[in-house]
Write a protein that binds this ligand. Structure first.
Ligand SMILES: Cc1ncc(COP(=O)(O)O)c(C=O)c1O
Length: 464
């Protein structure tokens, strides 16, 4: 690899434009309400997460519609882990969507946000007794991961003199090595135990964990769960009628053509430092739109020509889906204030923009990369049109605190005071890794709704 700073590299590096898609609500805010965004940043600090419940609500409605079109009976439980903002829980409650909670605090916040217990699913491996106890008392649906968890949960239900609703998490034949769920023998034993413990356990069906975003693989796994329900019914578990297909619906951050081109052109020289040398592994940002994937999933043939939805209907099976990321598609963005610009274009071919805040406020936690879609530049003053290659650094003392390692081709030189807007960050990018390093406060979340007609957007702090 050529050394950075050599003349040959200066001509070689042209930042690849990975333009992020924008919802009309986002475009309206960035195009027509820059002063408001800048004021909010002045008042609430940089970075600031903007969350947009009206887009979340549109996503829930769109997914419901897509499933309805396939004839499938599907209940949506929003996976709360994807964003801590309370506004999304309130929106879910208002739309009668459920919540997938994976910890006691998540469950409590779902209840506090107005979601009744029977609309809450509790998932996660070997949940602790405190979470079990809350779930039992509030009549939540618990996805049980192992026999030992089933025994503990049943004991909790017995103590509370309740009957807890349960699905059993089963391993799939496609991913038999997963650390989640029960393999065949344990699953069979768990069904038997549910029958034995039926005074305190109401067995309802199966769930599964599947890595990846393929609707076809998810349909195949869901079909296996239908078969497990039918087996369980043959053993006397007549209430086995639920298949929980989990999350993992894809979404689209950038146009697929652009994404494919990016993958073909991507190389080490496009990045600052050595981060990229560890190897590239990216979230599939050019994925299938969520509603389309939902239709692919339910229309997928699983028995001869029979689709998943048709087979489920024929057998009296209803689905639960637990989308997190995809329900937050376009439902928020993150704004940093540029604090300093180290213009190294003459020596290294690109600049380093240091922003107020750090990189942990914008996480892409599961993949060996940064959050790739280009941030938008909102300049404080007009500037000449000229591609300005720069990567983006956090203002901590860590060499590796880079918000964007990839060199971005900004449309104008970035100046201190400008705003960098990272688009579509609501799904996992906001609070998954947030940190109070350097005693910094955690970034705030401002809830914004566009006003009707000429009315200005309304905003409030989340949680208030
Ligand atoms: C049990 C369960 N449900 C739902 C989800 C949400 O997945 P996604 O955000 O990909 O939709 C996850 C993700 O970890 C999960 O483990």
């Amino acid at each position: 690899m050529p050394r950075q700073g050599q003349g040959s590299l200066l001509t070689a590096v042209r930042p690849f434009p990975l333009t992020a898609l924008r919802h009309p609500v986002v475009s309206a805010l960035l195009d027509d309400h820059r002063a408001l965004l800048s004021d909010l940043l002045d008042g609430l600090g940089s970075p600031l997460h903007i969350v947009l419940p009206e887009v979340f609500e549109e996503n829930i409605a769109g997914l419901r519609q897509a499933f309805t079109e396939t004839g499938a009976d599907v209940d949506i439980f929003f996976a709360k882990k994807a964003n801590k903002a309370g506004c999304f829980v309130s929106s879910a409650a208002a739309l009668d969507a459920g919540i997938d909670a994976a910890s006691a605090p998540e469950l409590v916040k779902a209840l506090a946000g107005g979601v009744p217990g029977h609309r809450i699913g509790v998932s996660g491996p070997e949940k602790d007794d405190a979470l079990h106890s809350l779930a039992v008392r509030h009549n939540c649906l618990v996805a049980v991961d192992s026999i030992s968890e089933l025994r503990r949960l049943a004991a909790t239900a017995r103590l509370a003199d309740r009957r807890v609703r349960v699905v059993l998490r089963s391993r799939t034949s496609g991913q038999p090595g997963s650390r989640f769920g029960m393999a065949a023998a344990e699953r069979d034993a768990a069904v038997g135990l549910c029958l034995d413990l039926s005074d305190h356990v109401r067995f309802q069906g199966f769930s599964f964990h599947l890595n990846g975003y393929s609707p076809e693989e998810r349909a195949t796994a869901a079909n296996e769960m239908i078969e497990h329900c039918l087996d369980a019914r043959r053993r006397g578990a007549l209430s086995a009628e639920v298949v929980d297909i989990g999350g993992g619906l894809p979404m689209r951050y950038v146009e697929p053509r652009l994404w494919d081109e990016f993958l073909q052109q991507n190389e080490l020289a496009h990045y600052h430092g050595t981060k990229a040398a560890k190897g590239f592994s990216f979230y599939p940002y050019g994925g299938q739109p969520t509603a389309e994937a939902a239709r692919t999933l339910m229309n997928h043939p699983v028995e001869g020509n029979e689709s998943l939805s048709a087979k489920a209907a024929r057998n009296g099976i209803r689905f639960i889906v637990e989308p997190g990321r995809s329900m937050l598609d376009q439902a928020g963005f993150t704004v940093y204030r540029a604090q300093q610009v180290d213009d190294r274009r003459d020596t290294d071919g690109y600049a380093i923009v240091t922003v107020a805040g750090n990189s942990l406020s914008l996480s892409e936690p599961w993949f060996n990369t940064d959050y790739l879609p280009d941030p938008a530049l909102l300049s404080a003053e007009p500037g000449a049109d000229e591609v300005f290659p720069a990567c983006v650094a956090g203002s901590t003392c860590l060499e590796n605190d880079m918000v964007t390692w990839r060199k971005i081709g900004f449309p104008r030189p970035v100046r201190p005071g400008d705003l960098l807007v990272y688009l579509n960050t609501a799904g996992y990018h906001m609070d998954f890794l947030e940190s109070q390093f350097h005693d910094a406060p955690l970034p705030r979340k401002a809830v914004l709704r566009l006003g009707d007609g000429d009315a200005p957007p309304r905003w409030r702090l989340d949680g208030i």
